[in-house]
Design a protein around this ligand. Structure first.
Ligand code: COA
Length: 335
């Protein structure tokens, strides 16, 4: 078997379409609940990733057939010893050694870039577990993906949860911000973003992430390039002006029937005021006004993140899938 690995050319529409088609084929088997990639989302992730660091895609071909897609992320602001790699093999081409070959190539690229702590992730399915075991990665964290479908909620449920939380948060104001954050809010806001470092990472070897204004702007740019609208609800302590927490949802105007829940944080000193519930319910109320077609939100957390999951349960989120995050580190047993 001769396989060939090629870095995506982000200006080549045929390559972008081919990657979208391969992910659609793998999702049909492994994760039919996913909304799927678009050429634009692939291009944007390749160039700018989640918040500015490129997350390059690779096409793996056997002859003229695209049999797998690889991806890699090498953080540039923190975790400089880490690299995250991923591959999806077309369902018709599985169990032929293509996954192993692709991971060997990607591990080589990440290692050449000086990364020694290598991670990968996938849906928690028997073949994913069998595969990570075979290529020497250990499962170090388990995640759960949940979805809320607004039409399934009892009438008035979100308003009721919001109203119940409100008296506990009497010392806080909520700010709603669409798109780029005004400059004068940035310094305080970065503290609320950085509170994501308190979210559990289980047994993953991972250092705290470094956040600053540049990173927040890179995140905004990255999602603007993707064409997504960014909705933020921010909680501010009235007396001190401190930013106590935030929640972020993106909606793609080309696919307005669903949104993606990004980070939600409440800063340590401001916990215990039902701000998690208040922020997330206010987001849903707001989306109802400005994105009336948006019928569902999807979110993922570590399974050990009991506080966030309790909030999500209250909002009517129900589990749809479980994931695993795995690592191969210098301390891992030899394969
Ligand atoms: C996981 C995935 C990449 C494996 O790709 P693949 O090309 O089928 O894997 P390989 O043929 O290289 O398998 C290598 C080894 O992994 C293990 N493995 C692979 N598929 C397995 C399965 N269905 N059940 C048990 N073990 C399996 C075996 O040990 C296998 O070696 P063997 O065939 O000699 O026994 C593929 O199933 C896939 O694309 N899944 C969806 C995307 C995904 O989850 N990617 C991230 C994975 S961490």
């Amino acid at each position: 078997m001769t396989l060939d690995l090629q870095l995506l050319d982000p200006d080549d529409e045929r390559q972008l379409d081919a990657i979208v088609a391969l992910f659609a084929a793998t999702d049909a088997v492994d994760a039919p609940w996913r909304h799927g990639a678009t050429p634009r989302s692939i291009r944007q992730e390749h160039l700018l990733g989640y918040d500015g660091d490129p997350e390059p895609f690779y096409l793996i071909r056997r002859g003229s057939d695209l049999v797998a897609v690889g991806a890699m992320a090498l953080p540039s602001r923190d975790n400089l010893d880490s690299g995250w790699i991923y591959a999806a093999v077309h369902p018709d081409a599985r169990r032929q050694g293509i996954g192993r070959w692709t991971y060997t190539e990607l591990i080589g690229l990440a290692t050449d870039a000086g990364r020694t702590v290598l991670g990968t992730f996938g849906i928690d399915l028997p073949h994913t577990r069998g595969f990570v075991d075979a290529i020497g990665f250990e499962v170090r964290s388990r995640s759960v993906t949940r979805r809320v479908t607004f039409a399934d909620l009892p009438a008035g449920a979100t308003e009721a949860a919001y109203a119940q939380a409100l008296p506990y948060a009497a010392d806080y104001d909520l700010l709603r911000v669409v798109g780029a954050l005004p400059d004068d809010l940035m310094a305080g806001y970065v503290q609320a973003v950085a509170a994501i470092n308190d979210a559990p990472t289980d047994d993953l070897e991972q250092q705290d992430e470094v956040f600053d204004a540049e990173r927040v702007r890179a995140y905004e740019r990255s999602h603007a390039v993707r064409g997504e609208t960014l909705y933020r609800v921010i909680a501010r302590h009235r007396e001190t002006g401190e930013f106590a927490g935030h929640t972020v949802v993106t909606v793609d105007p080309e696919r307005p029937t669903f949104g993606d829940q990004h980070d939600t944080t409440v800063v340590d000193a401001h916990r215990g005021h039902r701000l998690g519930v208040l922020l997330k319910t206010d987001m849903v109320r707001w989306l109802g006004e400005v994105e009336p077609a948006c019928g569902m939100l999807t979110t993922s957390n570590a399974e050990s993140n009991t506080h966030m999951i309790a909030v999500n349960d209250l909002l009517g989120y129900r589990p749809i899938s479980h994931g695993i995050a795995c690592q191969r580190t210098p301390s891992s047993p030899a394969v």
